[in-house]
Design a protein around this ligand. Structure first.
Ligand code: SF4
Length: 251
């Protein structure tokens, strides 16, 4: 059974959720448009997961002045890499790929091993720092706002995600904050959006290959990520408040 067959069940307020996302994105794109012909001051962080392909599709459909970036960590699944190339070639909005600093990766792997993330939480965070956080800093440089696919439903830690988060120095736009998983898949079905085939193999949340696994029906949404760790340690840093990030031992 495909992810569409399994999940595409819109909430009764789906139309409102869609209009809300379109409105928030349109407003943000206008507010953070490029100055004097320059690059837009807003960018979408895309992991090419289901939520992110929906947002990119809305951005492209509405012809919004928004950049999109993907963090190519060097540990992504082949399916994700293929989707990334396909998406880059077809997107109207510019898609920029950020990779980690090669020397930092080589040194880390030589010292700790390729799969150091399983040895300790600190080493997992160190790996995320090199492969995700430092490239993220580069991706966000010069941007005043960024767009994410966070939804309240995803986990307890995300239950109060606002549509527009101005609590950080850089505004975070979460257009799907109120969407259900069924809404996401209904949109993908309705608009024939290309998605990662790993979703058809019960991967709801897709990250790096060594740190992502399929889940069983009924398991928590994020139990497929860093499953060997305690729940509290699971955010990679991308969506942890900056004060908390700076408190991490790897920062
Ligand atoms: S998700 Fe796993 S492989 Fe990817 S950067 Fe983090 S620890 Fe490394």
């Amino acid at each position: 059974m495909s992810a569409i067959e399994l999940n595409a069940r819109p909430h009764k307020d789906y139309s409102l959720h869609l209009a809300e996302a379109q409105g928030v994105l349109s407003q943000a794109a206008a507010q953070y448009a490029g100055m004097e012909g320059g690059a837009p001051r807003i960018t979408q962080a895309s992991s090419l997961g289901a939520e992110d392909v929906v947002i990119s599709h809305i951005v492209n459909s509405l012809k919004l002045d928004v950049e999109i970036f993907v963090l190519e960590t060097g540990r992504l699944h082949q399916q994700t890499l293929e989707l990334m190339e396909q998406f880059k070639a077809s997107s109207r909005a510019p898609v920029i790929i950020y990779k980690p600093v090669e020397e930092a990766v080589v040194q880390f792997v030589a010292k700790e091993g390729l799969d150091a993330m399983y040895k300790s939480i600190d080493l997992r965070k160190a790996c995320c720092n090199i492969r995700k956080m430092e490239p993220l800093d580069r991706a966000l440089k010069g941007k005043e706002a960024w767009i994410t696919g966070l939804r309240r439903e995803q986990s307890g830690a995300r239950a109060d995600v606002p549509l527009v988060d101005v609590s950080e120095k850089r505004t975070k736009i979460n257009p799907l904050a109120n969407w259900t998983w069924g809404d996401v898949w209904h949109y993908i079905k309705e608009h024939k959006v290309a998605y990662n085939p790993l979703h058809d193999a019960f991967f709801p949340s897709i990250g790096c290959e060594p740190c992502t696994r399929a889940i069983s029906l009924g398991e928590d949404f994020r139990s497929g990520r860093w499953w060997w760790e305690d729940e509290a340690a699971k955010e990679c840093g991308l969506h942890v408040k900056s004060a908390e990030v700076s408190a991490l031992p790897v920062r």
